[in-house]
Each structure stands twice: as structure tokens, then as C-alpha cells.
Design a protein around this ligand. Structure first.
Ligand code: C2E
Ligand code: CA
Ligand code: CA
Ligand code: CA
Length: 278
């Protein structure tokens, strides 16, 4: 090993120790986050490509920690998955989102809410029960709710995933395949599971697969969805030329900073008044 100094083994292990300590602190505090009211739900509009009408809202968890400040979902969601807290967080978000939506639907009766569901939730029948209870509590019809599952989640529990999807759809709850195009054997999932919505990952617009090739992939995916009777939503629409590509691909729905980023419920209520059909 080199002598002590920046970038040396000694400093490296000190940094690792810091990281471990931070992780432990985050882990401890995450356990208390829900009871302490630190997990908030923000919403991002899902719009029609044609005229930007808001048709739905995706619920996105936010952790405003009294000790760590705003912790990004990319950090606390995987942590919650590891330490077995994700079911609790997802069900909390489901409850809040459905209550908020029930209020908004008074003036926007067709508005839907999309809630993210982690793989772990597919392991047991807890999800279906939570959905049933929440719909009963809020008086929402099943059609008001979309549950977003990733390919990775479905792949982790292929047997129960099928059963859970059937159960949800028999209650008119719709199921979306999230981050489509980033996993593997994606086409196999489309054939095997009865899905209602495909959320096309932003890689086809902005990633290494972007550009003319990306647009062609996008067109092919939208066409595939159309033939299977599955709605397609393009994610990560940031620029007006992305929107042009969606028009060309005949993709009906979109989500992204171009149409509005995630925002707290109060802000969303204002936005709905500006752009809503009602
Ligand atoms: P996701 O489900 O794919 O959600 C979309 C993410 O893209 C959100 O990040 C959103 O803020 C971001 N986004 C929206 N428009 C744009 C855009 O135009 N460009 C770019 N670059 N990004 C955009 P966020 O809120 O940080 O969430 C990250 C991920 O964390 C989500 O990805 C989802 O997988 C997970 N997540 C968030 N909330 C929950 C939750 O309540 N439960 C579970 N299980 N996962 C959640
Ligand atoms: Ca999602
Ligand atoms: Ca996504
Ligand atoms: Ca083109």
C-alpha cells in the first residue's frame, strides 16, 4: 500500500467506513420514516401526446428525512427492498395516492393514479388485499388505479406475478409494465402476462439506443402494443423533438419534464385546473 494520503488504501477504507455508517443511519431512520410522516407522495402527470391533456398521475415516493434531508428514491427504495420495508412503503403510497385521487376525481372523474409496486409485493397475497381495502376505503372503482410492475419484478416471481395480475384485473385494476426495454425477455412477458399498459423506457428517446434507431424501435413497440391492445406510454420526454418522435411513432401517451415533473399534491391540484378537461 502507498503512504497515507488522498486516494490511498487508508483513505479508501475510511470512506468505506463512512459509507457503511451512513447506510446504517439511513436504515435505522427509514424504519421510523413512515410513522414520523416523512414519506410524502408526489405526482407526475401522464398526458396525451396529441394535446397534453392530463389523463393520469404517477405517484412517486419522496423521503424528506429530518436528519438526512431529501433522500432520492434511487437510494431509499433499493434500501427498503433490502431491509423488508418496501411493502409498507408501497402500501402507504397506495393509500395516500388513492385518497388524493378520490378528491381530484370530484372535478376530474376519469383521472387515474399509477402506483409503483416492488417485486417483494408479488410474493404474497398482501398486495391484492391492500388494493381491495384501499378501493373500499376510498370508494374508488378499480379502473381508477394502475399498478406499475417492472420486468425484473415479474421475473423474480413469475408464478405469483401471473396470479396477482389476474386477481387485480378481475377487479378492473389495470397493470402496467414499467421501464419496458431495459430488462430481458421483454417480449416473452408481453405474450405471457395480460398487461394493460407498456411504459417505454426513456432509453429509446435519450439513451445509447436513441436517435433514428431509437425512434424506429419506438415505432415498432407502439405498433406491437396496438396489435396486442396495450396502451403505450413514453417515459422521459424532455424535449419538443422527443414529442415529435412520439407523434411520428403514433404513441398515444407520454410522461416527462416537457409536460411537467413530479410535484406535491397541492401543486398538482393547481395544474389540473389549468389543463384539465373538466
Ligand atoms: P420510475 O417508476 O421509472 O419513475 C419515473 C422516474 O423518472 C421518476 O424518478 C421521475 O421523477 C423521473 N422522471 C420523470 N420525468 C423525467 C424526464 O423527463 N427525464 C428524466 N431523466 N427523468 C424523469 P424518481 O421519482 O426519482 O423515482 C425513481 C424510481 O424509484 C422510480 O422510477 C421507481 O422505480 C422508484 N419509486 C419511486 N417511488 C416509488 C414507490 O412508491 N414504490 C416503489 N416500489 N418504487 C418507487
Ligand atoms: Ca413507474
Ligand atoms: Ca419507469
Ligand atoms: Ca424520424
Amino acid at each position: 500500500a502507498k503512504a497515507a494520503g488522498p486516494g490511498t488504501v487508508v483513505e479508501h477504507s475510511a470512506r468505506l467506513e463512512d459509507a457503511t455508517r451512513t447506510r446504517h443511519a439511513l436504515e435505522n431512520d427509514l424504519h421510523a420514516a413512515i410513522p414520523q410522516g416523512e414519506i410524502a407522495v408526489w405526482y407526475q402527470p401522464l398526458v396525451t401526446v396529441e394535446d397534453g391533456t392530463v389523463v393520469g398521475l404517477e405517484a412517486l415516493a419522496r423521503w424528506n428525512s429530518s436528519r438526512h434531508g431529501q433522500v432520492p428514491p434511487g437510494v431509499f427504495i433499493p434500501l427498503a427492498e433490502e431491509i423488508g420495508l418496501i411493502d409498507e412503503i408501497d402500501q402507504h403510497v397506495l393509500g395516500v395516492a388513492c385518497r388524493d385521487l378520490a378528491g381530484w376525481r370530484v372535478h376530474h372523474p376519469d383521472l387515474t393514479v399509477s402506483v409503483n409496486v416492488s417485486a417483494r409485493n408479488l410474493e404474497s397475497d398482501g398486495l391484492v388485499t391492500a388494493v381491495e381495502d384501499t378501493l373500499a376505503d376510498t370508494g374508488l372503482p378499480g379502473q381508477a388505479l394502475v399498478l406499475e410492475l417492472t420486468e425484473t419484478a415479474i421475473m423474480q416471481y413469475p408464478a405469483t406475478a401471473g396470479a396477482v395480475i389476474e386477481e387485480l384485473r378481475s377487479r378492473s385494476v389495470r397493470v402496467a409494465l414499467d421501464d419496458f426495454g431495459t430488462g430481458y425477455s421483454a417480449l416473452g412477458h408481453l405474450a405471457r402476462f395480460p398487461l394493460d399498459q407498456l411504459k417505454i423506457d426513456r432509453v429509446f428517446l435519450t439513451g445509447a439506443q436513441g436517435g433514428e434507431r431509437g425512434e424506429q424501435m419506438l415505432t415498432a413497440i407502439v405498433e406491437l402494443g396496438r396489435r396486442l391492445g396495450i396502451d403505450t406510454v413514453a417515459e422521459g420526454v424532455e424535449e419538443s423533438h422527443h414529442r415529435d418522435a412520439l407523434v411520428e411513432a403514433r404513441c398515444k401517451f407520454a410522461q416527462g419534464y416537457l409536460f411537467g415533473g413530479p410535484a406535491p399534491a397541492e401543486t398538482i391540484a393547481g395544474r389540473l385546473q389549468l389543463v384539465g378537461g373538466a
